[in-house]
Design a protein around this ligand. Structure first.
Ligand code: ZN
Ligand code: ZN
Length: 145
């Protein structure tokens, strides 16, 4: 099984996971925006059983009950997200922490109901108001006008 590795800015936190991510997407929710201090977050989901930290122990902040956001305690890089209720058995990683962030390509935009009005991407990917799973996209491609 192919291994993919990632690390924070300073290299204190290193991780790897086996196989391909379950999904790769941009998240436009406010919590991801605040955690990453950027317009949107690019993330991928992997099974907890396929994932492990190789070095370091991330700091963890419970942003709401059962929702954890992990970061490097030294350099502050956002690293991961878990949600026991909504995403049991999954860990969500930020694409920017991958050793090769070009290795996986996002296929959707989620939580575009919270998207910033001045930010969009010129791709034809489906836009979901909230989550993508089992939902119909509200549009494909950037907002017009
Ligand atoms: Zn670090
Ligand atoms: Zn989000």
């Amino acid at each position: 099984m192919k291994l993919t590795r990632g690390h924070c800015l300073c290299g204190t936190i290193r991780y790897e996971f086996e196989g391909k991510p379950d999904w790769v997407a941009y998240c436009h929710c406010e919590s991801c925006r605040r955690h990453t201090s950027s317009a949107a977050a690019s993330m991928l989901g992997v099974k907890v059983t396929a994932f492990r930290y190789l070095e370091g122990t991330p700091g963890a902040y419970e942003s709401s009950p059962g929702v954890w956001r992990y970061f490097c305690p030294k350099c502050g890089s956002p690293m991961a997200y878990t949600n026991e209720e909504k995403w049991p058995g999954e860990v969500h990683l930020y694409l920017g922490t991958l050793e090769d962030p070009a290795a996986f390509v996002p296929t959707a935009h989620v939580h575009t109901g919270e998207q910033l009005p001045w930010f969009d991407l010129h791709d034809d990917l489906p836009r979901f108001e909230k989550l993508g799973r089992g939902q119909k996209p509200i549009r494909h491609g950037p907002k017009k006008g």
